[in-house]
Design a protein around this ligand. Structure first.
Ligand code: LER
Ligand code: MN
Length: 277
């Protein structure tokens, strides 16, 4: 009998605990346990958590809640630092930059023992009239260096996420993201297919060129709905991931449209169609 090797590319779905982010691209909104229950019943390998802050996760037996349901924690987002507290790694004030680093470091303290990476997306900030682009990029690099050092000490991982031009002018492509994280030990790129569809000339080629520096993927269709609900041509992207021996998650960070349930079901169906067949 042929033994099927397990898929190294695993499935994940986002769950949000941040009321202020309603309307954002997060699939499950039923609290930690309710959302994990749904993810597990649909057969996802993992969940990605978007918490208000690290403190709201301290004391919660995350590992047990997940493993009881046969789930892993793929990653923990830090975007609430921006959404709720207006913190950014590129802020003009040194005190605010330090607060931003502290916010992310505390999330890493929760994430690292779970084997989950921390995501730096919105927290990278952008240039402003007071902070020109060169300086904003320098501040971001300093913040990433500090967080990478913390990750080395705690066996944590950092996922740095290039965003589309309407959200940041720091790094919009995987290529510029690779330059931003050059030389860092525990920091890889988060390749979000929604942003990539806007910014990359050839998404499959960009994934191949980034190679082993791709650490996490936000699995979204062109319209930021579940994969299968837009016009993304998925096969070449999965082939590129196989070619670079990607062994992380495809994590659905998409709008809960037409409903959380349909977005999650569509995602796991697409995952099975493209990755497991
Ligand atoms: C965060 O992962 C992201 O993709 C940004 O667009 C913020 O929502
Ligand atoms: Mn994303």
């Amino acid at each position: 009998m042929k033994i099927k090797t397990p898929h190294r590319i695993r499935s994940s779905v986002t769950l949000s605990l941040v009321e202020e982010s309603r309307g954002g691209p997060f699939v499950l909104w039923e609290g930690l346990e309710g959302s994990m229950e749904i993810a597990s019943s649909l057969g996802f390998d993992a969940v990605e958590i978007f918490p208000p802050d690290a403190e709201s996760l301290v004391g919660i037996p995350l590992e047990r809640l997940a493993s009881d349901r046969n789930l892993s924690i793929a990653a923990i987002g830090t975007g609430a630092g921006w959404v709720k507290h207006r913190l950014s790694l590129a802020d003009g004030s040194v005190a605010t930059r330090q607060e931003a680093i502290g916010f992310i470091a505390r999330v890493m303290e929760v994430a690292a023992p779970l084997g989950a990476g921390v995501i730096i997306g919105s927290m990278q900030g952008r240039s402003t009239p007071e902070v020109p682009l060169d300086r904003a990029r320098g501040y971001l690099r300093e913040g990433l260096e500090t967080l990478d050092r913390i990750a080395v000490r705690s066996s944590g991982r950092v996922f740095y996420e290039p965003l589309n031009r309407y959200e940041t002018d720091q790094c919009n492509t995987l290529e510029s993201g690779c330059r931003m994280i050059e030389g860092l030990e525990r920091t890889t790129l988060l390749a979000d297919w929604f942003h990539m569809n806007i910014e990359e000339a050839d998404m499959a080629r960009s994934l191949r060129e980034a190679g082993g520096r791709v650490g996490h993927i936000h699995f979204a269709d062109t319209n930021r709905k579940g994969v299968g609900m837009g016009h993304l041509v998925v096969e070449p992207l999965i082939q590129a991931l196989r070619d670079i021996e990607y062994s992380g998650y495809l994590s659905a960070e998409v709008f809960p449209q037409p409903s959380s349930m349909v977005a999650a079901e569509m995602t796991i169906e697409s995952y099975r169609r493209y990755v497991c067949s």
